[in-house]
Design a protein around this ligand. Structure first.
Ligand SMILES: C[S@@+](CC[C@H](N)C(=O)[O-])C[C@H]1O[C@@H](n2cnc3c(N)ncnc32)[C@H](O)[C@@H]1O
Length: 205
């Protein structure tokens, strides 16, 4: 990666032993929140500024977006925000200890709308099983999407995983959630008048 002005928001895991001790990374024991696929980082930066009482960690696979978010975060000095440049499927299996996160967000995951590409959807049984291990008991997983088929697909996947319990009444989604910053994609979709779907599950394992 080109040299970037990393300040303190870039998490370089080669500086630490694995599994990562996140109390060492953040230098405190605050509640931990994870965002998977943070894109340009808008949501996480706003969450970090709204909730100084929590620590926020984002994982993004695309270099350009990762760099953009790191640069943007450097405009302020957030002690409670770290960005990790990595494939989340590997990160959630390999680098975190069990039962560490209180909350996980997957905001507007790539929809992979074509039938032959559905296998690439990040919300799948294997991924959720791995995720449940790093999510605390009673920890919360939130998913947002503008893609109705992705939401139907996700609800089907969750049906087969008994320990994730939906927090929303049937049909299992809401169209608005209070006190939740918009992500970059969400701002664009809302401007276009698209319907947004939010899912929320607790980990009852
Ligand atoms: C449709 S974009 C949404 C970005 C952002 N969450 C938003 O709502 O503005 C999906 C993001 O997930 C990232 N992503 C996809 N698969 C990933 C993976 N396995 N690990 C980490 N990030 C991933 C993509 O690079 C992309 O930035």
């Amino acid at each position: 990666m080109d040299k970037i002005n990393s300040g303190n928001s870039l998490l370089d895991i080669s500086d630490y032993y694995i599994p990562l001790d996140l109390t060492e990374v953040f230098k405190n024991k605050k509640e931990l929140v994870l965002e998977i696929g943070f894109g340009d980082g808008d949501f996480l930066i706003e969450m970090a500024s709204m909730h100084p009482e929590k620590n926020f960690l984002g994982i993004e696979i695309k270099t350009k977006r990762f760099k953009f978010a790191v640069k943007k975060a450097e405009e302020e000095n957030y002690e409670n925000l770290k960005f990790l440049h990595m494939n989340a499927s590997i990160a959630i299996e390999e680098i975190f200890p069990k039962n560490v996160f209180s909350q996980v967000y997957i905001n507007f995951p790539d929809p992979w709308p074509k039938d032959r590409h559905r296998k690439h959807r990040i919300v799948n049984t294997e991924f959720l099983q791995k995720l449940s291990k790093i999510l605390k008991k009673d920890g919360i997983l939130e998913i947002a999407s503008d893609h109705k088929d992705y939401i139907t697909h996700s609800l089907d996947v969750f049906k087969d995983i008994s320990f994730f319990k939906s927090e929303y009444p049937p049909p299992g989604f809401l169209h608005n959630v209070p006190n939740r910053p918009y992500t970059k994609y969400e701002k664009e979709f809302r401007k276009e008048g698209r319907e947004i779907f939010y899912l929320m599950f607790t980990n009852n394992k």
